[in-house]
Design a protein around this ligand. Structure first.
Ligand code: ADP
Ligand code: MG
Length: 566
């Protein structure tokens, strides 16, 4: 545009030169406003937590900077206030709006003993919360860190956009030279330079990526970088882990079946002791059951976790194994077990001798079936990868409508399944939660971790679903595809408008002023096209509604207290 303005001035077209300048400035202002809106969506995210918080010190309440709060302190949050830390409610009763963290808009009860998260808004009464994770450690802090990281990384499509923009400028200059050589007409030549604009791709592309990431965050999904958002848009197969991903992973012990000569209590006591520090939902269920029955658990020694199989440990000097029949092959039969054949179960052995089986149940996440249906309707193939037995896997698959089932897999088998599928040309998003899923998450085109999952799964993944809701994955996929479509429309639109404009300008149909109109209006249109992805401002906090505490809808919670959305 600078070249054009000076050239117009040089041949005495002062008015043209001024008009173009005015257009360009107007367009710049509009574009800046739009880009600011994109950045605001992110900084609004970052500035949501309060800067100072009230901390209880004995009988006193002291106001301190949020950055000085440490885990273990009790913070006091008034109604309408924002919860500054992840922690447990120790006094007060209220409901909180956790929609910023989970995407779930229903108020969640906050009673003594419940978990609340930084970034939720306290709605009804004063809450005292014992801080467990503060600052960057909190769920909200991690979202911010991830979004900032995503912002500074550049998606491949952005590099493509920059190359395209450079190329458009060069073509415009070449076109102008050609026009001059052929027509010797200064006005046409200048018009050619003026008409070609590249901001629609150069600025529109990063805006679309940024806006899409912010939009995903608003839906409770955080994408670690723009590159993976881009890859996600091309995914055609979603592979789901079963336990903790398709299902709640909140396992209940349904039966304890001792081998002849063993007792139920001893069986459960040994199994639960071995699992005392287990991160696996099955292990945690055994421990919970043993605690309910008041069994005296023993601190395990030499604990070994065999992913996809179970655990081994030494309890009071005895070698105990808890896991599936891969780990405990010497399974015998206990008459009553026959009826429980189809349910999930683990086997327990002590000193190489089978001690009995423990059966469990797990319930499906409420949104699993809908998510599978939506994915299929979007043309995405859905598969299940699980370490559990074929029978259990198949019954879950039937219930949710998954046709492709890979069962009885070790973590390395999960990896091999992903590799084989990729080699067959499928583009895979792997969704999982466990240690056993981590390698597969890292290997898939896009790894997706459940927020309720293990740290290692969240670290290995490219995308984390904070609320652990499979339908949030569907929404993220939609946003990724939409971002891609928008960017492509901008690419093609820019090339078409620029080339058509240059031809019309070259043959003298488009004068300099009209050329400037075409330039700025097309560019603005493409930037506004990208801006459609910018998420709306969050609604201001709803006024405290007279919801009787205790009757509010409470999303189920998993063992770690993270809210589940329904
Ligand atoms: P999924 O792939 O469904 O998440 P995993 O790979 O975590 O399942 O586990 C596969 C199987 O290995 C389980 O169904 C269970 O039989 C056994 N297993 C794994 N971890 C444990 C454990 N900590 N305690 C007992 N059994 C376990
Ligand atoms: Mg799992």
């Amino acid at each position: 545009m600078l070249i054009a303005i000076f050239a117009a001035a040089a041949i005495g077209e002062w008015v043209t030169s001024l008009v173009i300048t005015a257009f360009v400035i107007a367009a710049e202002i509009l574009e800046d406003l739009t880009m600011d809106r994109g950045r605001d969506a992110l900084s609004e995210l970052a500035s949501f937590l309060p800067e100072t918080v009230e901390v209880r010190q004995g009988d006193q309440i002291v106001r301190t900077p949020a950055s000085q709060v440490v885990a273990g302190q009790v913070v006091v949050v008034s109604p309408g206030g924002r919860v500054p830390v992840d922690g447990t409610v120790v006094a007060g009763r209220s409901t909180v709006d956790a929609s910023r963290i989970t995407g779930e808009s229903l108020p969640v009860d906050a009673l003594s003993g419940e978990q609340v998260f930084a970034g939720s808004v306290n709605q009804l009464g004063v809450l005292e919360i014992r801080a467990e994770r503060v600052g960057a450690e909190s769920a909200y802090g991690r979202i911010i860190a991830a979004v900032e990281q995503a912002q500074s990384s550049r998606a491949p499509v952005q590099r493509l956009a920059d190359r395209l923009a450079t190329w458009l400028v060069l073509v415009a200059i070449a076109g102008a030279v050609a026009t001059w050589l052929v027509t010797r007409d200064a006005r046409s030549t200048i018009s050619v330079v003026i008409v070609a604009g590249a901001c629609g791709v150069a600025a529109g592309t990063p805006l679309a990526v940024l806006a899409a990431i912010a939009r995903c965050a608003r839906h409770g999904a955080f994408v670690k970088d723009g590159e993976h958002l881009e890859i996600l848009s091309t995914v055609n197969t979603a592979m789901f882990d079963k336990t903790g991903t398709l299902t709640e992973g909140i396992i209940q012990v349904t039966g304890v079946f001792p081998a002849p000569g063993a007792t139920a209590d001893e069986l459960l006591r040994l199994a639960a002791s071995a699992e005392l520090h287990s991160e696996h939902p099955i292990g945690q269920a055994l421990v919970a059951r043993a605690q309910v029955l008041n069994l005296a658990l023993t601190e395990p020694d030499d604990v070994g976790y065999v992913p996809g199989m179970g655990v081994t440990a030494s309890i009071d000097g005895q070698q105990v194994q808890v896991g599936n029949s891969r780990l405990v092959p010497q399974v015998g039969n206990s008459g009553e077990l026959a009826g429980a054949r189809t349910g999930a179960r683990v086997e327990v052995a002590c000193e190489g001798r089978w001690l009995g089986s423990i059966t469990q149940s797990d319930s499906l996440r409420t949104t699993t079936s809908a998510a599978v249906r939506d994915l299929k309707s979007m043309g995405v193939e859905v598969a299940m990868l699980t370490g559990d037995s074929q029978v259990v896997a198949q019954s879950i698959a039937n219930a949710v409508g998954i046709d492709e089932v890979h069962a009885h897999l070790l973590p390395t088998d999960k990896l091999a399944t992903i590799d084989a599928a990729r080699a067959a040309g499928r583009r895979i998003a792997m969704v999982g939660d466990g240690i056993n899923d981590a390698p597969a998450l890292a290997r898939a085109d896009v790894g997706v971790a459940m927020g309720s999952g293990t740290d290692i799964a969240r670290e290995s993944a490219d995308l984390v679903l904070i609320s652990s809701d499979p339908s949030d994955f569907v929404e993220t996929l939609r946003i990724a595809r939409r971002a891609r479509r928008i960017i492509m429309v901008n690419f093609i639109g820019t090339v078409v408008v620029d080339l058509a404009g240059m031809i019309l300008a070259g043959v003298g149909i488009l004068g300099p002023v009209l050329a400037a109109v075409v330039h700025v209006s097309s560019e603005t249109a493409f930037i506004l096209n990208s801006a459609r992805l910018i998420p709306g401002r969050t609604r201001e906090m709803p006024a405290a509604r007279p919801v009787a505490t205790g009757t509010g809808v409470r999303p189920e919670r998993d063992r770690s207290g993270r809210p589940r959305t329904g």
